[in-house]
Write a protein that binds this ligand. Structure first.
Ligand SMILES: NC(=O)c1ccc[n+]([C@@H]2O[C@H](COP(=O)([O-])OP(=O)(O)OC[C@H]3O[C@@H](n4cnc5c(N)ncnc54)[C@H](OP(=O)(O)O)[C@@H]3O)[C@@H](O)[C@H]2O)c1
Length: 330
């Protein structure tokens, strides 16, 4: 079997470390692996498949010989270095938001639109975490009933802010003052994720609006979103209020969701069965439940999805993209 050379940029971070875990679990055919992070981490070691690797600094030429480069070091690193990696011969899968809406870059959830990368840039974007766990069920429902409108409300875990977010949750739970979030995350939900625009929407909310349309190839869907940080370590929740062109049927909706790749329906609320962060943590399934008719509109459904935002919302989605490209014989 052919083996490939990999680079991981941001390897010491929350997503970077999870990349290494998922790459090993998914048994990627890796020949050579190189790990990169900021100057602060140069010389540190990380373990992959029982072997230690030394963290290196980014520099011109460092991607020569790499077939794939997985980036999770923030937007400015991706802006500057993803084009370098692509020029030096690697296929880049980037976790930051920087390239997502670039018309030349595919934005991929592998179960939905893996073919979008063909004929496009060597930089492939991984979508926003909350978007990934939303579009998977939405794609199944769109195929069946044709979506016209979506209203998202998110309940996003602190791991979505990386190591700094998790540390602030841990420290504020111990009674310390918040150092990262603008309020005490141990004591309150915070309706602020990423920076706000003049229209009152945050960047995170607009990522969900724009990325959903791009992945589903449906620029015509009306979408709005409200994103809220909650005092949970890992596992985002997203409530979706969805309207359709065709009449909806709850039983049929459950059937099409249950038959979809990557989704597990947990929907027996009277017996306390519904998606929770604890069920989703440390695995790559998108859990969907609380599926019911929306009483406020004619052809509407309400549903709630939960997934591990660091795995399915970031690392596992990216590794699955690479796996599918390899299977297609890159
Ligand atoms: N957390 C999530 O659930 C999630 C989901 C989807 C997408 N993402 C995206 O993934 C990226 C990383 O997120 P994270 O949660 O893993 O953050 P994190 O835990 O804070 O890790 C950031 C990583 O980037 C590295 N880095 C920072 N500045 C750098 C520089 N100038 N040059 C090279 N490396 C640099 C850090 O290295 P040092 O350790 O040396 O500082 C670290 O490895 C972000 O773009 C984020 O938006 C995160």
């Amino acid at each position: 079997m052919k083996k490939y050379n990999f680079a991981v940029v941001g390897a010491t971070g929350l997503v970077g470390r999870t990349f290494l875990k998922v790459m090993e679990e998914y048994n990627l055919p890796i020949d050579n692996l190189r790990l990169f992070a900021s100057e602060r981490s140069v010389g540190k070691t990380l373990v992959y498949a029982g072997k230690e690797y030394v963290v290196e600094p980014l520099k011109e030429g460092c991607f020569l010989g790499s077939d794939f480069a997985l980036f999770s070091a923030g937007g400015s690193v991706s802006k500057d270095w993803a084009p370098v990696a692509a020029k030096e011969g690697a296929i880049v899968v980037d976790n930051s938001s920087y390239w997502r809406m670039d018309p030349n870059c595919a934005l991929i959830v592998p179960e939905i639109n893996i073919d979008d990368y063909k004929g496009k840039s060597r930089i492939i974007a991984n979508p926003n975490c909350s978007t990934i766990q939303s579009v998977l069920p939405l794609k199944a429902l769109d195929d069946e009933f044709h979506i016209t409108k979506i209203t998202y409300s998110t309940y996003q875990a602190c791991a979505g802010s990386g190591i700094k977010g998790l540390t602030d949750l841990e420290n504020t739970r111990k009674g310390e003052a918040p150092k990262f979030y603008p309020h005490n995350i141990a004591e309150t939900c915070i309706p602020e994720i990423d920076v706000f625009g003049d229209d009152g929407y945050s960047k995170e909310e607009m990522k969900m609006v724009n990325e959903t349309r791009k992945i589903l190839h449906r620029d015509d869907i009306k979408i709005s979103a409200t994103c809220i940080r909650v005092p949970v370590a890992v596992g985002h929740g997203v409530l979706m209020q969805v309207e359709f062109e065709k009449p909806v049927d709850v039983v049929r909706a459950r059937e099409v969701l249950a038959a979809s790749e990557g989704i597990k329906v947990l929907d027996d609320p009277k017996n306390h069965v519904y998606p929770t962060s604890t069920v989703a943590k440390d695995n790559d399934t998108v859990y969907v439940g609380r599926i019911r008719k929306d009483l406020a509109v004619d052809n509407g459904l309400l549903l709630y999805s939960v997934a591990d935002n660091v795995r399915k919302g970031a690392a596992a989605n990216a590794v699955e993209i690479v796996k599918k490209i390899i299977e297609e014989g890159k």
